[in-house]
Design a protein around this ligand. Sequence first.
Ligand code: NAD
Ligand code: MG
Length: 391
Amino acid sequence: MTRTISILGATGSIGASTLDLVRREADRWRVVALTANGNVAELARLAREFSAEVAVTADEACLPELREALGGSGIAAAGGAAALVEAAQRPADITIAAIVGCAGLAPTMAAIGQGGTIGLANKEALVSAGEVMTSAVARHGATLLPVDSEHNAIFQCLAGNDMRHVRSITLTASGGPFRDWTAQQLCAATPQQAVKHPNWDMGAKISVDSATMFNKGLELIEAHHLFPVGLDALRIIVHPQSIVHSMVEYRDGSTLAQLGPSDMRVPIASVLAWPRRMDTPCAPLDLARVGELTFHAPDEVRFPATRLARQAAEAGGAAPAVLNAANEIAVAAFLAGQIGFTRIAAHVEDVLSCYAPPAPACLADVVAVDAEARQRARLLIERAADGACLT
Ligand code: NAD
Ligand code: MG
């Protein structure tokens, strides 16, 4: 039976891994919408290869180039924020939400609105929108399946069990490329060093988030919304080998873990085939070769991000959206060489301490909080660059 699929963020790392799996079972899939930001040559190439119905660039200025690249193909081309939302609204059995950052929020909400299955990679959207998103999922009868490897692992470990029997959930963290660096070394960390993850091949933003541990902080908030066990029952443990992707502990003392290679095609395949299974080309897990699986507690002094995220989750309301927006701006500033690595977390803390808007009640509220937090975050960075006092 043919299934329809849309991929929001088709040219990124998750988009490429998803399309790799779709390509291997091409006769089973019909591609509805593929979207990207500025990389329209790649977007057009993918749209042609997969005979998509529509290709959308979020950057309206790139639309003429996209139209030209798709000339004669019969594939519709569109551009801009409204076109992205319109594409996400097209009926599809499954939509992979793989845009990076809060830019993916409106299209993800639009996909939820059509009531299909959403494979959620875009954690920033759920972190920012929180209950606005989870209540929309319930209202529209949509199904949210986690692509993020940890949450996908937890989802698999929960299958067939009763949430009331869960004692705790533990997210594993690789610790990133700077896991063993001293505080002094961290001050001098460069963007090139930060984007080189030891285990995973990912986009630049999430790679920096792994280095700061904001990725795990965002994932803690993501887990809080996906698996309602209470924040106290959500834990983080550093596991440098990235083989155990997360664990669920039950009240009887059993702990279930999901293991696999560090290849995002494994969780993506579990989402694409759910509730069944599909073949993947991933290298089988060879535990004898891995040899050792080690675990240790995270260090929240060198890496304050998980502490900040837990505080934001405890505060609830708009705090996670503010944390996420401030982090996105700080990561961009770090990648652009404007601030040092350790300033990222310090900057997020500064923004959180000076901006505490009321809880958002709808998508427009979340978008407004995100925009205001970004503006404040940019201003703080500019002032710091001018040498002005930040208080
Ligand atoms: P990436 O940078 O490789 O790709 C991002 C995609 O989003 C691209 O297609 C890009 O064109 C598009 N995009 C960027 N800015 C946009 C904008 N303003 N408007 C519309 N589209 C835009 O990122 P990635 O590593 O694939 O990550 C995507 C999401 O998946 C992130 O939220 C990330 O946290 C999450 N995730 C990624 C991985 C991974 O292994 N890469 C693992 C778990 C979760
Ligand atoms: Mg993850």
